[in-house]
Design a protein around this ligand. Sequence first.
Ligand code: MN
Length: 429
Amino acid sequence: MRYQTLPADLYTRNRAKFTAALPQGSLAVLYANDLMPTNSDGHFRFQQNTNFFYLTGIDQEQCALVLFPSGPRERYREVLFIRRSDEHAKLWEGWKYSPDEARAASGIRDVRYFDQLEDFLLSTLCFADTVYLDFNEHDRNRIVYPTPAHRLAQRLQAEFPAHRIARANPILGDLRLAKEPEEIAQMQRAADITGHAYRRVLQTLKPGMIEYQVEAEILAEFLRHGASGPAYESIIASGGNACILHYIMNDQPCQDGDLVLMDFGAQYGNYAADLSRTIPVNGKFTPRQKAVYEAVLRVHNNAVQRLVPGADSEACHHAALADTEQELLQLGLLTDADIKAEKNRYDATRKYFPHGLGHPLGLDTHDVGSRFAPYRLGGVFTIEPGIYIPQEGIGVRIENDYVITPDGPRNLMAGFPITVEEIEAAMAS
Ligand SMILES: [Mn+2]
């Protein structure tokens, strides 16, 4: 692995939390992700299934985990199935987990080969009444591709029609909202690498650079420090492009006098970082750019103070909209009449701040777990307010990642230049 792996004890604890939530008679089957085809004989870079990784630490295709805590025999209760390697795979692909390596990585004693899964399920299913599967659900994503879980579910419905199929996702999503200390340490590494990339941009950005050349500096720094790559497509949006929220074309020159909004994060050990910064292409904010920037920074700093256990993310979003409304009045972008004319509260403000305040972060950039769950200790959340003014060619977003701790929110991006003075100083040096 090109990353520092986490101790098996973490995965043992994660499995204990998950199995404790399974009702009597339940068996869970979690699969590694498929290697996904592109075209011809190509495939996308392998991306492990994050629920499978959370429970095993195994980062390889053709693997599965079966958990059957109430199984009648010890040998049914926790079994990891790994890909069987052979001379051909060794010649073309190199290293794959040996059973001993898989045991050491996962903390699972009973390791078998993936081609033995079928027979294992046929015998154990007779002692179970419910099968928990991970269907990779998300309320903003429609999965059109049949995952290994979908394929098993179809077979179960045909061959074991009296068994109940249940959703592992709500349980795992809820567990994953609160991070263990080892996970937070890994996320700090992802954040630190992201910081290296940010500092590199502060030192290299100059007028005339194409947005993708800025992206190249970022990706080079990610790889130099052991990241597997970006956790998501990098947004490098100069001038008015910043007002396109998911702008990833990155093909325009950064003009003297413009701002550039950058939203990028490294993936390290399968954990994501998520940073947004908006900086002046020539190293110096204009008075107007500074006014808008500092307005967003005040909204950001107020929002961080509300990251406390039990708080409701929707209430925090509304509080940030209220803060932004005040800033927009000050900036001359809104009038009292605009607010009075609103059909729904904050409609006028949402024109300039049309997205959410933040999201949970972890193995996934938009991490799993209910968006409506209150904040809790160990949760990691982004805070990313913005103000976008297309008519002025200005878009500003400022985003950091925070852990909710008993002592208040802890910034995983502490020390990354964020004030106007810090950014200008870093770009001048
Ligand atoms: Mn984000």
